[in-house]
Ligand binder design. Sequence first.
Ligand SMILES: [Zn+2]
Ligand SMILES: [Zn+2]
Length: 359
Amino acid sequence: MNRDWLEKDFYAILGVSKDANNEEIKKAYKKLARENHPDLNPGDTEAEKRFKEISEASAILSDEGKRQEYDQVRAMGASGFSGFSGSQGFNVDIGDIFGDIFGFGGSGRRKGQTYQTNLTISFTDAASGIETNVPLRKEVVCEECRGNGSEDGKAFHTCNICNGSGQTASNQGFFSFAQPCSACKGQGNVIDKECKACRAQGSVIKNETIKVKVPAGVDNGTVIRLRGYGGPGDAGAPDGDLLVQVGVEPHKFFKRNGSDLILEVPLLFSEAALGATIKIPTLDKTVNLKIPQGTPSGKSFKVKGEGISPQGRRSGDLYVRVAIKPPSKLSRTGKKKLEEFRDEGYEGAPEEYRGYLYE
Ligand SMILES: [Zn+2]
Ligand SMILES: [Zn+2]
């Protein structure tokens, strides 16, 4: 894959839309190529640079297969961290973006690719922390050819199509433009006998499992970086990192707000009116909660220290929000008693405080 595809917006370079057809691409290319052609702009290095970009963009976008590949790479890059779904998706190529950010040190040797993988854990495991295994597809140097892709380790010859430049000139009417050489895939040299183990790629994909320690209190979307678990670095450069994106499943009852928990609890009308002591769950036990007499629906009660305790930080609290549930079915006696209660009138009865609605 071409590393710089993620940075180069070929559509923008040609000034066409993402769904432009071949005709539009050709037209845009011809116009821009004419404007920026080196022959017409002697000594103008900016125009020369643009001309190269335009040629490259056109070469990719007018080749259906390459365009598709380019679009995929771009889509992957754009999704970055946020486009995750599922529990075990992984992506090897995406590391290239990070390779570009972290990879090039002063030495010029490239640090290995950054890999990404997803891990989904339960709400309670996220609260308490967990050590778990994560599947990982890792690109490792091919042992057979020690990375050079040729079967006997040295049999290369210079590509005779492009004479080692990795580019070929293609003529289109009046103009000629550079294209990556298809014979050597832009490498400039050709392997005589390809390594069978890696099909001349120099690296193979290995499925591994690694242990990941998820600290207590992680929230949905937390990214854990594991140094050295990414792709192989150039000789003398460190291996890349693995980024583990943690997804936290929702809980059946609890919601989370930072390190606080929120729990909605149904309350009988009689419990709200008379007051009661009710049992409520916390993450790891059951506690009693005192409901005072005359508690309205929607009132929240704080249970101190029963939220999430992120490692090394103060624990959050549990907020219990009550919702009064009227009985959906009444016995004849029950109904009669409630009617008596209604007819008797009481302090704070609705007709008193609803008065403002009629003013
Ligand atoms: Zn090999
Ligand atoms: Zn070539």
